[in-house]
Design a protein around this ligand. Structure first.
Ligand SMILES: *[C@@H]1O[C@H](CO)[C@@H](O)[C@H](O)[C@H]1NC(C)=O
Ligand SMILES: *[C@@H]1O[C@H](CO)[C@@H](O)[C@H](O)[C@H]1NC(C)=O
Ligand SMILES: *[C@@H]1O[C@H](CO)[C@@H](O)[C@H](O)[C@H]1NC(C)=O
Ligand SMILES: *[C@@H]1O[C@H](CO)[C@@H](O)[C@H](O)[C@H]1NC(C)=O
Ligand SMILES: *[C@@H]1O[C@H](CO)[C@@H](O)[C@H](O)[C@H]1NC(C)=O
Ligand SMILES: *[C@@H]1O[C@H](CO)[C@@H](O)[C@H](O)[C@H]1NC(C)=O
Length: 410
């Protein structure tokens, strides 16, 4: 049985990692348990020797698809949609069911299917045509594809790390956590949407003239980017920034017709596709007006090139740069501003930093970063996959994850 979030009205709103919907009762209980049993009962000692991935926290490899940028935008996603449309339909159906739980009249889904379609013309090229192509190739109504894309803009999280080793080599890695409050499955103690997303995780290799331009780890059907690498140039991830000042006002304004900000995932996609250097990427990510606040985590190819850019819709609030001379050999971002304490119920930052400190710069590598990202609660019930990236050659590895009990629900 799938528990609809907050169906009985006992839920409460909470801020954080896409954490703004009502809570199912079981989660409230879990949250209470966390408070009562502090320190975090789901926490554990820093993991070691978890790489190469195996065992109960590893659920499988991720398939790779080539996206040919020389094709017209409406044709680029045909092959991927041919293979993944059934799984994508399952996820979208689930999101619709949840929407109908909140608004039982069925109105919301009706609006999505019939009204949102007109918004497509306000998306810039090539995104408008790509979305149309995906709808066409999958047989899923265009409005639902659009909403699915907007969903990722809002609910994508969580832990990103850029680290530099003693030789000046840069690593960039992240856990992708997704699906909070999108239905708690009481039977197998998991988030329904988190589980259903795993089959649509794909590595994408975007090519022009048969040569890789950039690579990303994505959900099939989403055309923005949350994790990507431009080989020998830069690496980039995006985390949601829940912000009381401004929050999602820009998104509401966009629906109402004010279109002067950019969708965050379209910006990261544009940067990966067309930015020519770390500096160029940093500039575009800092200066482009957005629809909602975000964190951009950027890594370069030279020593000292790594930063977390904290964005409001219109401004850059902070840039946290690597500074090897001063001992800052890594930056880590979850979903909180670095100058503020993280939410007490959702502190993945301290455990991540603790484990990075314990690893030390001498021993940092993709395998030891995988250890950090495998330590609860950095690894939690929302974690869909772990992506490890190296700017050198654009080496990318993605692994589907599972967090066996006992494990933090987020
Ligand atoms: C939609 O798909 C069909 C075949 O699946 C194709 O013939 C048609 O050209 C496509 N339309 C667009 C707009 O891409
Ligand atoms: C979780 O439970 C559902 C039925 O409630 C089942 O279909 C699904 O396979 C289970 N998933 C896992 C990972 O055990
Ligand atoms: C890419 O490679 C394929 C076969 O490997 C070839 O048919 C095609 O012409 C190439 N395309 C370009 C733009 O070089
Ligand atoms: C990148 O630049 C090319 C050439 O100007 C353009 O055709 C393409 O649409 C751009 N990509 C994005 C995602 O904006
Ligand atoms: C990790 O090390 C840094 C630098 O020495 C320090 O500022 C920070 O408090 C440490 N964090 C944790 C959680 O150990
Ligand atoms: C680095 O890793 C090696 C092998 O795992 C270990 O023997 C060594 O103690 C580690 N060094 C530090 C500084 O942690």
């Amino acid at each position: 049985m799938t528990g609809g979030a907050g169906r009985d009205g006992t839920g409460q709103a909470m801020a954080g990692c896409g954490r703004v919907l009502p809570l199912p009762p079981v989660v409230l209980l879990a949250a209470a348990a966390v408070l009562v049993l502090a320190p975090d009962p789901y926490g554990e000692d820093c993991r070691s020797k978890t790489y190469p991935p195996s065992g109960p926290t590893f659920q499988g490899h991720v398939p790779t698809y080539v996206i040919n940028l020389d094709l017209p935008p409406s044709k680029r996603w045909d092959q991927l949609m041919h293979d993944k449309k059934t799984e994508l339909k399952t996820v979208i159906q689930n999101i619709k069911d949840i929407a109908n739980t909140f608004f039982p009249s069925g109105k919301v889904v009706d609006i999505v299917d019939h009204k949102i379609v007109h918004l497509i013309s306000s998306f810039p090229y090539p995104f408008n045509e790509e979305l149309q192509g995906i709808a066409n190739a999958s047989g899923i109504p265009l409005g639902e594809i659009v909403i699915f894309n907007i969903f990722y803009e809002i609910f994508t999280v969580c832990t990103s790390i850029v680290a530099e080793d003693k030789t000046g080599k840069l690593y960039h890695a992240r856990n992708l956590d997704f699906g909070l409050f999108l239905g708690w499955d009481v039977k197998n103690n998991s988030w329904t949407v988190t589980r259903e997303l795993k089959p649509i995780v794909v590595n994408l290799d975007f090519q022009r003239n048969n040569k890789t331009v950039f690579k990303s780890t994505n959900f099939a059907g989403y055309i923005g980017m949350v994790s990507g690498v431009k080989p020998d140039t830069f690496t980039l991830t995006m985390n949601e920034r829940f912000s009381l000042d401004g929050g999602y006002i820009g998104i509401f304004e966009w629906f109402l017709g004010r279109r002067d900000g950019m969708w965050m995932g379209f910006l990261t996609r544009t940067v990966l596709e067309n930015a020519t250097s770390y500096q160029d990427a940093k500039e575009k990510l800092s200066k482009t007006r957005l629809l909602a606040p975000a964190y951009f985590i950027l890594g370069g190819k030279n020593s000292g090139e790594g930063c977390v850019i904290t964005r409001s819709r219109t401004a850059t609030l902070d840039i946290w740069d690597l500074d090897i001379k001063k001992g800052t050999w890594y930056v880590v971002e979850t979903n909180y501003d670095r100058w503020k304490p993280p939410l007490i119920l959702d502190n993945r930052r301290t455990p991540a930093m603790k484990c990075l400190n314990q690893t030390q710069q001498e021993n940092i590598s993709l395998p030891t970063i995988y250890d950090v990202l495998s330590t609860k609660p950095v690894l939690n019930k929302l974690t869909v996959c772990t992506t490890l990236m190296e700017v050198h050659n654009g080496n990318t590895e993605s692994y589907l994850r599972e967090c066996p009990d006992p494990c933090s629900p987020w």
